[in-house]
Every structure is written in C-alpha cells, then in structure tokens.
Design a protein around this ligand. Structure first.
Ligand SMILES: Nc1ncnc2c1ncn2[C@@H]1O[C@H](COP(=O)(O)OP(=O)(O)OP(=O)(O)O)[C@@H](O)[C@H]1O
Length: 596
C-alpha cells in the first residue's frame, strides 16, 4: 500500500477509535472490538511465521497461554505490577518461541505440524494437570489490570489500549517486513538453497519468525488475562490454535493486512456463532479448507489482486545513470583463491566426486566441463556448501571451508547460480537482487523494527545499488516485474545479477547458458567477460563449447567424478584423454562446436 494511503488509513482508524464513545456502544460491542484487537495481535505475529517464513503452526494456543499465565503468576504470585507483568509476558513469549523453534526449524510439512501440535498439547496438559502452579480449571482470580495515573482501565480504555498496541505492532512489523528481514523470510519460504546462497541462515530466519510470532501471541494472551482479571486452563484449547491459523490464512497470509481482515471478520463471525458452539468448529474447519484450496491468498490476496490490476502500468523502473555496478565489485589480487584437495563425495554406491584436487587462480574465468553425470554440479555444490563432502579439503583464501553450511560459505564471498533456476519467483527482479545484497545491508533488527532513519537510509541506498546493477545487466526496465514473469533468458541473467549483488570474490555459474538461444549465449559471454574485468573470479560449468573456449583461460575436465585434465582451452581441445572421455569418440568435433 502506498505510503499516503497507509497514513490516511491509520489516521482514519485512530480517529474511529478515539470516537468510539460517541457511538454509545454497550459492553458487548466494546468486548467485540477488544477481541478483534487481541486476535489481530496474535495473528499479526503468526502471519510473519506462516505467511512470510512459510512455517505453519498449529500450536500457538500454547504461546497464548505462556503470555496469559506469565501475566497472572507475575502479578498474583510474585506481586509485580501489571505493566511489568505485561513486559515479562512478552519476554517469556520470546523464550518459548525459541523453545518451539528449536525442533520446528529442522522439519517441514506434516512433521512441522506434528511438532507444533505437540507443543500446544503439552502446554494444554501442563496448565490443566499441574494444578499446584497453574491452578487448572479453578484458574487465577483477581489479576490486576493496568492503570494510568491511578485510573483503572474500563472496557472503553481497554479498546483504546489494545487499539494502540495493534497500531504499534502493525507499524513495527510493516517496517521490519519491508526491509531485509521481510525479504529474508520470503526468500527462505520460496527457495531455501537460493536464500542460503546469498548468505541467509535458514535456521536463524525461521527462528526469528517463531520468536516474533510468539511475542505477539503472548502479548495477546497477557492482555486477555488482565482484561478478564481471570484466566484458567479452559482458554487453552487446540481450537484456539486452529482459530488463530484460520484468522491468518483466511485473512490472507503473507499480506500485512491479512490478519486485520481475518481478525475483523472471524471475531464477528465467532460472536455470532457463539449460540451454536458445535457449528463454530465446523465453520472454522470449513473456512480453513476453503482458504487453502480456493483462496490461498485469503481476503487480502483478493483485495490486493484487484488493486494491482487497477494500478498496473503506473510503475516505471527508475533508471540510474552513470554508475557501473559491475565495476564496483570487489577486485581480487592474483594468486590462488581456491585450493581443493582430495575432495570426495559418495551417495551410497554412486561416487560423483572421487578425490579431486585442483586450484583456481584469482581474476580468471575457469570452466568445468565433462559429460553428463560426470559430477560437475555435485562438485559445485560441495564448493558452495550446499552439499557436505565425505572427505577432503576446500581452502578459500587460505581458510578451510569444507563442510561449512552454504550461508557461511556465501558470507565469505562465494556466490552461485543454479543449473535449474532458483529465483524467488513471486518477488520482483529488484527484490531478488536486494536479497542478493542481504549481507551488505547493514540494518540491525531493532533499527529495522522501529524504522529508524539509519535503516531507511541503508534500504534506500541498497535499492539504488540494486537498480544500478539491474540497469547494467539490461534488466532495469523490468526491475519491478515478478521474477517468474520474465522471459527465460532474462531469468538466467537475473540469477547472475542476484549473485553479483552479494559482491562475490568467486562466482560459481552452473550452466548459465542452458536454454539460451545463440544471441543470448553470445551476450552472456560478454557479461561474464565484464564480470571478470570487474575483478571477480569465475568458475563456470558449461556444455556450450564455443562459450567455454571463447571466454575461459583455464579448463578443468571431470569424468566419472575424477579430474582427467586441466589446462588452457587450446590444450584441452587437443587432449586425447578429454576427446575420448568427453565425446566417447575419436574425433574432436564436439569440442570445437556446441556439445550441448
Ligand atoms: N543427491 C544425490 N543422490 C544420489 N545421487 C546423486 C545425487 N546428486 C547427484 N547424484 C548422482 O551423481 C552423479 C553426478 O551428478 P551431477 O549432477 O553432479 O553430474 P553433472 O556432471 O553435473 O551432470 P549434468 O551435466 O547432466 O548436469 C549422477 O549419477 C547423479 O545421479
């Protein structure tokens, strides 16, 4: 939503809240408004987890309980003030977010559902059965509500208070999700290996999303306990977890406004259905299925689809003149940048890489060739950290990196593209490149959450650099188009742009010319030459022999996982071992033309 429309929307909402007394609403309606706010709070964080990081949780009632019981126990048992109890509830929420993240980030799909359901059930059982501490069904009475200047909160004050919390939460999440953290969550959801290749730690990103969702959910629980001044184990049910998930998915997961739509519609529906409890659960189940199958982007998706069609054509790519992003890449000195020794990888009986040793000198274009199935991609995956070696050593600029996870390898300055394109398809070309620059955008979490000027400046300068890079590579006009909508040749180029945005010292290209026509292949050769001139070392896997022989200064030949030759292209072309292995024939026709 454009900034002006957003500001107007917020002003209208704030004014409507301020004018609530004029409507003469009775306690029933004030309670509904309060509940909308609470459901929004819980769903806003859950949306970061579900819609942005792509982790569905069916156990968030457990985190709601953490907040509510912390507020109750801190106030009643430990004698803390309601305000301090509220803060403590958020803190405990964060801790329990970490606890549930630990097993959850390592699994996906049904296993993730089981882990989160398990967490919810364990919490439900603990608060029901461990009556000494949690008082079971009897619950906690007399939980103090906050007061300001000695005035205790009335139902109207609660509406204002929870409304203010919702606006603050919305503003913070909006600021956070518009920048590098939001992109990182989306990147992890869309293509984990690609996210790792630009230096994003998948585990850290998912953990952060769990913690954010836990904090807002715990805050919602604490607010409910304090407003009610009573809380017992009956509040914590599996149905609450389902309800919160339905609010997010039906409202529109992955949209900042989805939880708002979901909270408003479903809270009112819930109040209306309260007369028929049996129908409530059926309705939520039906709505969940309906959203998943027929409206995967929820209400917000339908609304924004309509708005996007209306706005289409209004956005023009900003051209950045007189700035060569490629020339800005880090230049590397001569010498060996990468030294591989006795590298070995086996998958059961298949050995794609058998004790391979070689060195890559800085500033040159190196080609890795070999017949199909020779082990080239596996070797590249070992170098980039996407596959762990069985044994052997990989030294990058003198540092041993064998077995490092991909995001750590990327953070040293090794970028890559993929044989089968791994773009963040739903994101714009610009956002893809910004994700490439992720580790260079120096914005801290708090600065990003609070939208501090330093964070906005860093974001603006990263956008300018990303646009310059896209323009340099002939993609400037299409910077705002979704990556998946670009023609195939431009998608390949965009992947290179994303890799370059990480300012690599070594660029690994896995069959960058695959699927390109002769003209595009020729242009790709020019791009790779320019990348080399900018000081970036290139190692490329390629089947197009014209391209390989034309741009590389050093060729490595792999056959059945073993390095059978290396040297200058002219020498490789004449090498009888290579001709025999690569062609399976006694002539060198394929090495002089396109062998793809
Ligand atoms: N994860 C895996 N599990 C089992 N076998 C694998 C795995 N990855 C690769 N292989 C096998 O290792 C061998 C080498 O595959 P790799 O993709 O590295 O070859 P390549 O030289 O890149 O081939 P191409 O040129 O066709 O892309 C193949 O036999 C492949 O089936």
């Amino acid at each position: 939503m454009p900034a002006l429309a957003h500001a107007i929307g917020l002003a209208v909402l704030a004014a409507a809240l301020a004018l609530v007394p004029l409507f003469g609403l009775n306690d029933f309606y004030l309670q509904i408004l309060f509940t909308i706010g609470v459901n929004y709070l819980a769903a806003a964080g859950l949306n970061v987890l579900v819609g942005y990081a792509g982790q569905k949780s069916l156990g968030h009632a457990g985190l709601f309980a953490v907040g509510a019981y912390t507020a109750a126990i801190a106030n009643i048992e430990w004698g803390l003030s309601p305000w301090l109890s509220l803060l403590l509830a958020c803190g405990f929420g964060a801790i329990f977010g970490l606890v549930i993240a630990m097993p959850s980030v390592r699994v996906s799909g049904p296993s993730l559902a089981m882990v989160t359901i398990g967490f919810g059930i364990v919490v439900e059982k603990i608060v029901t059965e461990w009556t000494d501490i949690f008082k079971g069904q009897a619950g906690f009475y007399g939980i103090s509500a906050p007061s300001i200047a000695g005035v205790s909160f009335t139902n109207l004050h609660w509406v204002w208070f929870v409304g203010a919390l919702c606006i603050a939460t919305h503003l913070m999440l909006r600021s956070l999700l518009a920048g590098r953290y939001g992109r990182a969550f989306l990147g992890v959801q869309m293509a984990e290996p690609a996210a790792q290749s630009v230096g994003i730690s998948v585990v850290r990103a998912k953990t952060l999303a769990f913690v954010i969702s836990a904090v807002t959910c715990a805050l919602a629980g604490a607010v409910v306990a304090q407003q009610n001044q009573y809380f017992n184990s009956d509040f914590i049910t599996f149905n609450l977890s389902i309800f919160l998930l339905v609010v997010v998915i039906f409202g529109g997961s992955g949209s900042l406004y989805g939880p708002l739509f979901g909270a408003v519609i479903l809270t009112m529906l819930d109040a209306w259905l309260a007369r028929w409890p049996a129908l409530q659960h059926f309705t939520y189940g039906a709505l969940l299925l309906f959203s998943l199958y027929l409206m995967p982007n929820g209400i917000a998706g339908a609304v924004s689809g309509f708005a996007a069609r209306w706005r289409q054509g209004k956005v023009a790519a900003a051209a950045v003149a007189g700035h060569s992003a490629l020339a800005a890449s880090a230049a590397t000195a001569g010498g060996e940048i990468l030294v591989v020794k006795d590298l070995y990888k086996a998958y059961g009986g298949i050995v794609p890489v058998r004790t391979v040793s070689f060195a890559i000198s800085a500033g040159k274009v190196h080609a890795l060739i070999g017949p199909n199935g020779a082990g080239k991609t596996t070797l590249l995956n070992l170098l980039s950290g996407h596959v762990a070696p069985g044994s052997g050593s990989i030294r990058f600029e003198g540092q041993e990196i064998a077995g490092w996870p991909a995001h750590r390898v990327a953070s040293l300055g090794i970028a890559r593209t993929f044989q089968n394109l791994k773009l963040f398809g739903e994101l714009s070309a610009l956002d893809n490149v910004l994700l490439g620059a992720h580790r260079h955008i120096e914005t801290g979490f708090v600065a990003s959450l609070l939208g501090l000027p330093s964070s906005r400046q860093a974001e603006a300068s990263a956008r300018a650099d990303a646009l310059a890079l896209l323009t340099d590579l002939g993609l400037g006009e299409r910077a705002h188009e979704p990556a998946k909508g670009l023609p195939y040749g431009l998608q390949r180029r965009l992947e290179i742009a994303r890799a370059l945005a990480s300012k690599p010292k070594l660029l690994l290209l896995d069959e960058p010319a695959a699927g390109l026509n002769p003209q595009e292949t020729h242009e790709l050769g020019e791009v790779i030459r320019r990348i080399q001139q900018a000081g970036v070392t290139v190692l490329l896997i390629e089947h197009h022999m014209d391209l390989v022989m034309g741009i590389s200064q050093h060729v490595l030949v792999l056959d059945y996982g073993a390095l059978i030759a290396e040297g200058r292209p002219e020498a490789i072309r004449q090498n009888p071992k290579v001709i025999a292995a690569y062609l399976g024939a006694d002539d060198d026709t394929a090495l002089t033309g396109d062998a793809a």
